[in-house]
Design a protein around this ligand. Structure first.
Ligand SMILES: [Zn+2]
Length: 491
């Protein structure tokens, strides 16, 4: 569709319109601004005539829906609205169990069917199942022989987790016994108002029941030692002993019982709690930030950003006529090495693939796993920590991650598939490699590649403050990632 054809549609036919301020003026004055509206590869829907509007690269994406049907309403979000949707996804997901629940709700709303067992995986086109902090969703034609496209991400983030006997006394105060989960930036948990979330296993008449729970009240805080008592801290740095210095304080006198509060919040009695997995979260809501809202400031961007993009992309691709089998694998326990039944070293992805895909499909040259996880943006205050020839900027597109020692799984043919998908989606890409004298991080990519034998590419959005209790990324990159993933799922 060209410029003139768009004018034929006439502006009054735009019945529903999701926009950023710039896009509003763009679409209401298409010819005046000399902008072009291009058919979207990402959200194209025959019924709705959905188009992505785009002018140069200095403007966010917008979507005009030129039709009287509203069935995409609430599903298509663009530009900064995608960022705001991500903020909502993150805030709904303080624990991996909540992340799975949030993803499941979105899949159900989009018409996916939840299955209890993998034996039902071939009953319908679009199904998902969840186990603990992991979720696997599958879409695409049954008995397809073409290729499989998998997007992998992880639901867990570094945080503070409650010990089994957590209610303890510390020098006359009430405190929580915690373990640090994953490689958290410990200092980032200081002086924050902390809530509690996770899951409880509850005894019932018929057996037992697992339920998520969350308390969004500032029940705990870890106060930093005053500078007067630690005069060298600004020169020598802050060293926190995990056992001694990170115990969150919850009170002074004997009083409320945390487990009782959590049980009551889901209408159960504390006596019925058999066991729990509980963790703390910062209560500050996620938000767009920066003088022009170019950033997202939020907890758990690593890696709920990728979970959000993967689920959004799978839902967008659901009505596609593509013959690819499309899979989203949201794993738990990436931050602690992935060795668990629901981690990337567990059996679930292989179970899904062997039950749903033919051998021809699994060995196809076109089969691909995208291991989607965040990347390090070049920190302007520590530019020397990055490879000077591979600078990574926020809002300049998703990052393909390379490592010669296979800490990332990307290889040339895989990168070529991603590059052509990004070109089709009109999305810029960036390239990351570590400094040669620094140890490189890793993620689920190499693990998924090794366990399935499928070519894998590590791809993700650039961020700063990775593993802080409060991370940041660009507000446009999450949508760029979503568009590339949609393209990869379909073509
Ligand atoms: Zn991660």
């Amino acid at each position: 569709m060209n410029h003139a054809q768009i004018e034929d549609h006439k502006v009054p036919e735009i019945l529903e319109f999701y926009y950023s301020l710039e896009i509003r003026s763009l679409v209401t004055g298409v010819s005046r601004f000399g902008a072009s509206l291009i058919p979207s590869f990402h959200n194209k829907c025959e019924e709705c005539h959905v188009f992505v509007a785009k002018r140069n690269f200095d403007i966010a994406f917008g979507v005009a829906i030129l039709s009287s049907t509203y069935h995409h309403r609430g599903m298509i979000v663009t530009g900064k609205q995608n960022a705001e949707d991500l903020c909502g996804f993150i805030d709904s997901s303080p624990s991996p169990f909540h992340a799975v629940k949030t993803a499941a709700e979105r899949l159900l709303e989009a018409g996916f069917t939840e299955i209890e067992s993998l034996t039902s995986i071939n009953k319908e086109d679009s199904v998902f199942f969840r186990r603990d902090g992991a979720l696997f969703a599958i879409s695409g034609p049954l008995n397809a022989d073409k290729a499989v496209r998998v997007i992998g991400a992880h639901t867990d983030s570094p945080n503070l987790r409650l010990k089994p006997l957590f209610d303890m006394s510390r020098n006359g105060w009430r405190a929580l016994g915690i373990e640090v989960y994953g490689s958290a930036l410990n200092n980032s948990w200081l002086d924050r108002d902390l809530g509690c979330s996770g899951r409880l296993v509850i005894r019932t008449k018929d057996g037992m029941l697992e339920k998520t729970c969350r308390l969004d009240e500032p029940i705990a805080r870890i106060p930093q030692l005053a500078i007067h008592l630690d005069r060298q801290v600004n020169e020598k740095g802050l060293i926190l002993n995990r056992q001694n210095h990170l115990q969150p304080l919850i009170g002074i006198r004997e009083g409320s019982n945390l487990l009782e509060k959590l049980a009551n919040s889901i209408n159960h009695n504390v006596e019925d709690i058999l066991s729990f997995d509980l963790m703390l979260h910062d209560l500050t809501p996620s938000t767009l930030s920066g003088i022009d809202q170019e950033f997202i400031s939020a907890p758990r961007i690593d890696n709920l950003l990728s979970c959000h993009a993967a689920i959004s992309a799978l839902i967008s691709a659901k009505s596609s006529t593509s013959e690819f089998t499309r899979v989203v694998a949201l794993y738990d326990h990436e931050e602690v090495g992935s060795t668990s039944s629901t981690g990337a070293l567990g059996p679930l992805l292989n179970d899904v693939l062997t039950r749903r895909c033919s051998e021809t499909s699994l060995s196809s040259e076109l089969s691909l796993i995208i291991s989607s996880d965040c990347a390090h943006g070049t920190h302007p205050n520590y530019a020397e920590m990055h490879d000077i020839d591979h600078k990574i900027f926020l809002n300049e597109g998703p990052v393909v991650k390379y490592n010669a020692n296979m800490r990332y799984a990307t290889d040339a043919p895989g990168a070529a598939l991603v590059k052509t998908a990004a070109e089709s989606a009109n999305v810029p890409l960036q390239t990351f490699v570590s400094r040669s004298d620094l140890a490189c991080g890793s993620t689920i990519g190499p693990l998924a590649a090794a366990s399935t034998g499928i070519r894998t590419v590590d791809l993700g959005v650039a961020q700063l403050a990775m593993h802080s209790a409060r991370e940041m990324c660009g507000s446009e990159d999450p949508e760029y990632l979503k568009f590339v993933l949609i393209e990869l799922l379909k073509n």
